[in-house]
Design a protein. Structure first.
Length: 651
């Protein structure tokens, strides 16, 4: 079964069950400085999971391209990637566990035809360190998700499979019990989901809840059992040895963290399901390696082509180099498509790391000779081919993506030369120095090891590993920090800037003409950045006029209003912005200025209705624009042909 079939079957399965298909968000979230990337399907939906009504209704489904920078070091095994597609379905206060679990079971066993006996599930076993507060003020300990146990038991029983429940939170559980288990209970580290992790790590306002995962059993141990943290026990779903692959996770988002540390039950109980398309495809094909699925095969083949058959995946040479290159080139292609450029900051830095890591792996695979890395951009074509028919690369300039990669490779070659000279200077390499080379020049450990083997030196692998772990812990903490606040907790300044971009959009159209359209936007708590279509530099006079309009509107303290209307109605009243057919019968629009002094020469419906700005948008926004304060345009520059960029600040 192809990945395309699986994607289509999933969307159909849920639209048949009255879900609306929604358009995926971009990989780099707009107007959300709290996070670098869209890393799950639920991320753009946080306001709706918190209770805001979604224009498409209470049942949603999509396939969301996602990126997890925090997994970069895990790539190379049989299942981890930075970029992946997450199939997701949501209930926004509609159905709950009794519907969700049987549906997922039906999808897996009937649509994907996975054999029930190959499926194992996990549920939340409770946490005696967390307290729940009910709406009437009673508190109780966060307990076992007994409803999920009951649902799964019924489903297994129907298939004549014994639903043996095993409590993995109990140290007394015997190896015999583990071997016989089908439904496994774990604690907060495995079966609790929030964007920040376990309940104690959730910031105030963050939402989350118990989750229930489904694992596919490949029936084989990939030989990594000895490295598993559970090595003293028989294999079980979370063992990590490669025998079991997690293929889907139903999160029951039913709690919100409170300032006093307790978890409050949400009025609206939600379901948030996410399943990695790459893994589902591997399970459907019974292949314990995502690189053997159609989502990677052609990319791997292209890599083999570039390194001129010096190595063949799975036949000669280690697999992890291929996997890293394939994952990183794919991630890089998607990031560049969504507007990221290599740099030393934020998303640009992650892109740079992907490209440079992939380059060094290539350098390694071709025996440091063939300079295959200079041809790395050729792999972009295989990535684009892989996603043919999905629409992801429609209207995308592939040559632009290749050019960005070529330029980065030229820069990297220079750095690499310097790094190699540096290595020449080192008399005796140790694990710490090997790690510094890895950090500074992106030399993977194996490359440094190989270079010194040639010089007759051995490196202390354990010392390298310790440095590496120390660093990994630090970058994990840093990326967890990026989630703090999340969409659930938009800061006031960010919200002000968001409303200011709407004003700016309209002011630019007033000054430069209706050909101006938003092309992108990015906000931090220090400034806004706004890209728009326009084919020349703005004059100083035009910049001043725009600024004056913005500040005049702000002085008028116009009101901001959200409306849910039909797409037809939105178009009729002249709302601008991204419009997606998939939004179904209703769309959310934000209007600034009901009560705005009507221009007697009002030229369109928007002005007649008294709105200064009217845009398709999910929010959030300030209620009155007076609180934004004064805006100053600090820079106007070109981004690409026909696209200009403005930076502005609240002063
Ligand atoms: N939010 C959950 C996850 O990312 C399920 O969608 O795994």
């Amino acid at each position: 079964m192809s990945s395309k079939d699986i994607r289509e079957k999933y969307i159909k399965f849920f639209t048949d069950r009255r879900h609306k298909e929604i358009a995926p968000a971009k990989l780099v979230p707009e107007n959300d400085p709290s996070t670098l990337f869209t890393s799950s399907g639920m991320q753009p939906l946080v306001p709706y999971l918190l209770g805001q009504s979604h224009p498409a209704g209470k049942r949603l489904v999509d396939s969301q391209p996602s990126f997890r920078a925090e997994d970069i070091e895990e790539v190379g095994d049989n299942r981890h990637t930075t970029f992946f597609e997450m199939l997701g379905n949501w209930s926004l206060g509609d159905y709950f566990k009794k519907e969700q679990l049987p549906w997922i079971w039906e999808f897996l066993t009937k649509e994907l035809e996975l054999k029930p006996e190959r499926l194992f599930v996990t549920v939340f076993g409770g946490d005696n360190n967390s307290q729940v507060v009910t709406p009437d003020g009673k508190t109780f300990e966060l307990g076992l998700d007994a409803d999920s146990v009951t649902e799964w038991s019924k489903l297994f029983e129907k298939e004549k499979i014994a639903p043996i429940v095993v409590d993995m939170t109990n140290p007394e559980t015997s190896p015999l019990e583990i071997s016989a288990g089908r439904i496994f209970q774990y604690g907060v580290s495995k079966n609790w989901w929030s964007r920040s992790g376990s309940p104690d790590k959730m910031p105030t306002g963050e939402i989350g809840g118990p989750d229930s995962e489904v694992f596919y059993d490949f029936g084989i141990n990939l030989g990594l059992h000895e490295e598993s943290p559970w090595k003293d026990q028989p294999c079980h779903p979370n063992c990590d040895c490669g025998r079991f692959l997690e293929i889907g996770n139903s999160v029951f988002i039913q709690y919100q963290k409170q300032a006093d540390g307790n978890l409050k039950e949400l009025d609206q109980k939600n379901v948030d399901f996410g399943g990695g398309l790459e893994r589902l495809t591997a399970a459907a094909g019974d292949k314990p390696d995502i690189c053997q699925t159609d989502l990677f095969k052609d990319i791997i083949k292209s890599i083999e082509g570039l390194i001129q058959a010096a190595n063949v995946y799975g036949v000669k040479g280690p697999k992890d180099n291929f996997r890293i290159i394939a994952d990183h080139i794919k991630g890089a292609t998607f990031l560049i498509k969504d507007g990221v450029e290599p740099s030393n900051k934020l998303q640009g830095y992650i892109l740079r790391r992907l490209l440079r890591r992939a380059a060094v792996e290539m350098h390694f695979l071709d025996g440091f000779k063939l300079k295959a890395m200079n041809k790395m951009s050729d792999l972009v074509e295989a990535v684009v081919e892989t996603y043919q028919g999905t629409g992801y690369f429609e209207e995308v300039d592939i040559n632009m993506i290749k050019k960005v990669i070529d330029e980065e490779m030229q820069r990297f070659e220079k750095t690499l030369e310097k790094g190699l000279k540096e290595i020449e200077k080192i008399d005796q390499i140790d694990g710490k120095k090997a790690f510094d080379l890895y950090q500074t020049f992106g030399f993977p450990y194996e490359v440094t090891e190989e270079l010194f083997r040639q010089k007759g030196q051995e490196i202390d692998r354990e010392q390298f590993r310790k440095e590496f772990e120390k660093h990994r812990e630090l970058s994990r903490t840093a990326s967890a920090g990026m989630f703090k606040g999340g969409l659930a907790d938009h800061s006031e300044t960010v919200t002000k800037y968001h409303t200011a971009t709407h004003l700016l959009h309209q002011a630019l159209r007033d000054v430069l003409g209706p050909q101006v359209f938003q092309k992108g936007s990015n906000i931090t708590s220090e400034r806004l950045r706004f890209d728009f279509s326009f084919d020349r530099k703005m004059t100083d006079e035009e910049i001043k006029q725009t600024e004056d309009i913005l500040n005049k509107r702000i002085e008028e303290d116009l009101k901001v209003e959200r409306k849910i209307v039909s797409p037809q109605e939105a178009k009729e009243i002249g709302a601008i912005g991204l419009f997606d057919e998939k939004y179904g019968n209703e769309v959310s629009i934000y209007g600034i200025g009901p009560g705005f002094a009507l221009d007697p020469k009002a030229k369109d419906q928007r002005e007649r209705a008294g709105y200064y700005s009217l845009e398709f948008c999910g929010g959030p926004h300030v209620e009155h624009i007076g609180i934004i304060g004064k805006i100053k345009i600090t820079k106007e520059e070109a981004v690409s042909a026909g696209v200009r960029r403005i930076r502005a600040q609240i002063v």
